[in-house]
Every structure is written in structure tokens, then in C-alpha cells.
Write a protein that binds this ligand. Structure first.
Ligand SMILES: Cc1cc2nc3c(=O)[nH]c(=O)nc-3n(C[C@H](O)[C@H](O)[C@H](O)COP(=O)(O)OP(=O)(O)OC[C@H]3O[C@@H](n4cnc5c(N)ncnc54)[C@H](O)[C@@H]3O)c2cc1C
Length: 470
């Protein structure tokens, strides 16, 4: 991507560049069908740039950009800032972990189909191929007046632009503590040790056992994710443990939040008699020791169920936005409920703090919280930062797409996709249809649940992760 495009940017070039940037990930989705990989093949052995340094353009831009968080959004923005900003844009990626474990596909770890290590990615290629400087530390505070960040190792980094992509924190809910999530009732909504614990609990289940899952009020990370998990667990328990296993979904939302037709069919037909989907549930209380769950159903009746495995997905919020958190201290969590960072979707710059951009699940701008979306937001953000550093304005009409595959059984899947466009009236991203923002337009879901979709899922996942980490 030649940076010259940014030097003499006219509106047409801007749109082409932006569309190329944000839509690039879509091409393999629509252009390829089956690469023979049945459910995705992410691994730490990555291809793409092949580990060789890429010759970056000389753009004339000289700037320091600090990126916080090396997940789906942060890794993507670090790579594209170097690619599009050129060799004069120094990018430092601050991330405390040794590797990133993908949440996407992690429901297959629960059913013992995949390992966590097969979903692990490092930042090595971002360093060797693109020259991203990796700093193994945690962000502790932001001094936006001085444009500096303080890290957990005591170092201080100065920035011209700061991008934060820290993901989410989980709240203690339903009478549970963080220790309960870690040791007894895992949410496993961030892939890692809790995923392994939940997998072990499911592996120990026997015929006749009940698995109970809770879903928090939206917005939450990955709208179709909980329903996908319920389907895979139902498939696993009934095929591996016996036909009398049951899956109870306690949804605090009034209805299924994504792919309502296909998940409705999955619950009512494919997993009929196994999955019990309850919407509009309130007052959930969980005993982490006895695994007794009580709740009030939508007709107002109090219910009690004895579970073998409890998988509460608690309410979450932008990481660091809770009381005493670094995001709260910086004043970035300015959504109405204080949980998310409101951003200008043209640049992902915070609407509260100048020079700080927020992308991924932590941001609020009208887009769903998903890894594919985080990758898209990263590209719009990188493009905008390069333009801003060049003295230009961000693209005024960004477009983003979202695609998500949802396994329904061990061999079949559905999918969901949408194109989003900037709506200048609400200054948010909205679902587009027929060439523009259209009132009432909604994401499109697969016409059927098929094995072909399941195979395409592997191509989609590998393409997305390759674009993000290599
Ligand atoms: C079970 C499950 C299935 C999913 N399936 C899909 C799917 O099919 N498709 C899809 O698009 N999305 C899916 N998602 C959602 C997707 O995983 C998230 O939306 C995505 O990971 C968000 O990216 P992010 O970069 O905002 O956060 P993350 O990917 O969580 O990355 C955040 C990073 O920031 C780092 N960090 C946090 N705090 C600090 C700090 N103070 N200093 C430095 N670094 C910090 C963390 O260590 C982490 O590496 C799924 C999620 C789950 C749980």
C-alpha cells in the first residue's frame, strides 16, 4: 500500500483506499469456498509475511504511536499503522501476555475438538515483518495532557497518538466472585484457564446432567457467541454423554440477539428436547458450591434448577473502566452507563480525550463487539491516524463489514454478515443496504444450517487471524 496515496488524497482515492482497507478481509469470504480445513487451523506457526521484513514506504511522516493491547483490534492497528504510515511511524505495542489466545473458535475447546495452543498467536511476525516494537508490560495510567503512558514496569512512553484496545473486564454477578469464575463457575468469555476448567467440567458430566448458561443484557462481546456455545455443548453432551443431558439457557435479553431464525431452529428442531431457551430472565442467583441456580422467568415465576455445570457469562465493560481503573481515571469511559468509551467512528478518537483512540470491544460507536469488527475498526483507525499525521481529515464515509460463523453441531454451521456505513445524522455506524444506511436494515443470516458453512468457517477464521497477526 503506497503511502503516496495519502499525499495527494482526493475524495475518490480516499474512498477507494478506505474501502480496500476495511473490506479486504471480505474477499476470501465471498471468493473462496473450501480450503479443506474443516474448522479453522490457527496456530503459532503462521504464514503471511513469512517472517521476512517488509519494505515499508517512506512517507515523510514522523510520529510515535503507542498501541495498548495485542488482541484482535490492537494487533491489527499496529500492523496497518506501519504498513500505511511507513517507516517513520514508530509503533510500540504494549501487551503483558506471552501469547494471545483467540476467543474465536474457543467453544471448540469446550467440546475437546481443539486445544488452546492451536488458538495461540504471538506478535513475533508483527515485529519481524513490520517493525512493530513489542513492550511486554501492562498500561497503568494515561497522562493525556503530557501525551504519555505509564507502564507496569515503571517505564514511561510518549506518544503523538495513543490507541487503546484492551478488550473487556467481567463484573461479579449472580452472587459470584472473580475467584468463583476462576475455580468453580467459569465464564470462559476470555479464552484461557477458565476455558480449560469448563472443558474439564463438561468432560466429567454424565448422562442426565444439566448445563446452565446465562447471557447478560446486551451489549456484550460476540452477540451470537453464547447461542453458538449452547448448541455445541448440547451436541457434545448428547453425543458423548447420553440423550438425557439438558442445556438451560437463561437469557436476560428479551429475545435471541443474533441469527434469531437459525438459532431458533437449532433450539426448536436440531436440539429439540435438549436445549431449553428462556428469554427475559431476571434475578439470577447461583450457588457456586451446590450449583443450584434460581431465577425468575419472564412470566414472573421463581424457578430453581440443580445444575452439574454452571457457565455464567457475566455483564462486562471496557477493560479498566470500573472504579479505580486506568480507563476511568483517564475519563475515557464516557458512555451513558460509564461502561464503554464513546468514539468518533471516523477516526476512533475518543469523544472525551483528544489524541486517544479506542478500538475493539471497549469502544462504543454502533458496531457489534466482535473480533472481525475489531479488525475492521483497526483499519479505519489506522487510516485516520495516518491522514491526521499528514495534516488531512479522516475519511468522511467509512464502511466496515462484519462476518461471523456459528457452529450449530460438530459438523454444521450458520453465519451472519452485515455491511455498516457511517451515518452522519447519528454519528454512528449503521447497517447499510441498497447502497446506503437504510432504516430497519439488519444483518443477514445464512439461509440454512449446512456442512458447507462449517467448512467455510475454517477459511474465514484463518484469513482473519492471518490478516491480524502476520
Ligand atoms: C466464545 C467466544 C467466541 C467468539 N467468536 C467470535 C466469532 O466467531 N467472530 C468474531 O468476530 N468474534 C468472536 N468473538 C468476539 C471476539 O473474541 C472479541 O470481540 C475480540 O477478541 C475483541 O477484540 P479486542 O482487541 O477488543 O479485545 P481482546 O481480543 O480481548 O484483546 C485485548 C488485549 O488487550 C490486552 N490488555 C488488556 N488490558 C491491558 C493493559 N492494561 N495493558 C496492556 N494490554 C492490555 C489483553 O491482554 C488482550 O491481549 C468471540 C468471543 C468469545 C468469548
Amino acid at each position: 500500500m503506497a503511502i503516496r496515496k495519502f499525499d495527494n488524497l482526493n475524495r475518490r482515492n480516499a474512498l477507494v483506499l478506505s474501502a480496500t482497507a476495511v473490506m479486504g478481509i471480505l474477499y476470501p469470504l465471498v471468493g473462496r469456498t473450501d480450503d479443506g480445513d474443516d474448522n479453522g487451523g490457527g496456530s503459532t506457526s503462521q504464514s503471511g509475511a513469512g517472517g521476512q521484513p517488509i519494505a515499508l514506504a517512506t512517507t515523510g511522516i514522523r510520529a510515535n504511536v503507542v498501541v495498548v493491547g495485542g488482541g484482535m483490534a490492537g494487533a491489527s492497528v499496529a500492523k496497518y499503522l506501519r504498513l500505511w504510515g511507513g517507516s517513520g511511524v514508530n509503533v510500540t505495542l504494549v501487551e503483558p501476555d506471552d501469547a494471545y489466545v483467540s476467543n474465536i473458535m474457543s467453544n471448540f475447546v469446550l467440546t475437546s475438538v481443539r486445544s488452546l495452543s492451536s488458538l495461540s498467536y504471538t506478535w513475533d511476525q508483527l515485529a519481524t515483518a513490520y517493525g512493530v516494537v513489542r513492550k511486554k508490560a501492562r498500561l497503568q495510567s494515561i497522562n493525556s495532557a503530557n501525551r504519555q503512558v505509564v507502564l507496569s514496569d515503571g517505564s514511561v512512553l510518549s506518544y503523538d497518538r495513543l490507541v487503546v484496545a484492551p478488550g473487556v473486564d467481567f463484573e461479579n454477578a449472580y452472587g459470584l466472585t472473580a475467584q468463583d469464575y476462576d475455580t468453580r463457575t467459569p465464564h470462559a468469555w476470555r479464552a484461557g484457564l477458565q476455558t480449560t476448567l469448563l472443558q474439564q467440567q463438561l468432560a466429567a458430566a454424565v448422562n442426565g446432567d444439566t448445563y446452565v448458561m446465562t447471557i447478560p443484557v446486551a451489549p456484550y462481546r460476540c452477540p451470537p457467541g453464547p447461542y453458538e456455545r449452547a448448541c455445541l455443548v448440547a451436541d457434545y453432551l448428547t453425543t458423548r454423554k447420553g440423550p438425557n443431558c439438558r442445556v438451560l439457557i437463561l437469557d436476560e435479553n428479551p429475545k435471541i440477539q443474533a441469527e434469531a431464525v437459525n438459532f431458533g431452529r437449532a433450539f426448536g428442531v436440531i436440539h429439540a428436547g435438549v436445549v431449553n431457551y428462556q428469554s427475559g430472565v431476571t434475578g439470577i442467583a447461583i450457588d457456586p458450591v451446590t450449583k443450584v441456580v434460581t431465577y425468575t422467568d419472564k412470566s414472573g415465576l421463581s424457578q430453581t434448577v440443580q445444575a452439574r455445570v454452571v457457565n455464567p457469562i457475566p455483564p462486562h465493560r471496557a477493560s479498566g473502566s470500573g472504579a479505580g481503573g486506568w480507563m476511568a481515571a483517564a475519563g475515557l469511559n464516557n458512555s451513558a452507563d460509564g461502561r464503554w468509551a464513546k468514539v468518533n467512528p471516523l477516526s476512533y478518537e475518543s469523544t472525551a480525550v483528544a489524541g486517544v483512540h479506542v478500538i475493539g470491544d471497549a469502544a462504543q460507536c454502533g458496531l457489534p463487539k466482535a473480533g472481525h469488527v475489531g479488525n475492521q475498526e483497526a483499519k479505519i483507525c489506522a487510516d485516520a491516524i495516518v491522514r491526521l499525521l499528514s495534516g488531512q481529515s479522516p475519511d468522511s464515509a467509512p464502511v466496515a463489514n462484519s462476518a461471523c460463523y456459528s457452529p450449530i453441531t460438530a459438523t454444521t454451521a450458520s453465519w451472519l454478515t452485515a455491511v455498516y456505513q457511517y451515518d452522519p445524522v447519528t454519528q454512528t455506524m449503521k447497517v447499510a443496504a441498497n447502497g446506503g444506511v437504510t432504516a430497519g436494515a439488519a444483518p443477514t443470516e445464512a439461509a440454512a444450517i449446512t456442512s458447507g458453512n462449517f467448512k467455510q468457517m475454517g477459511t474465514w477464521f484463518n484469513t482473519l487471524m492471518g490478516d491480524t497477526y502476520t
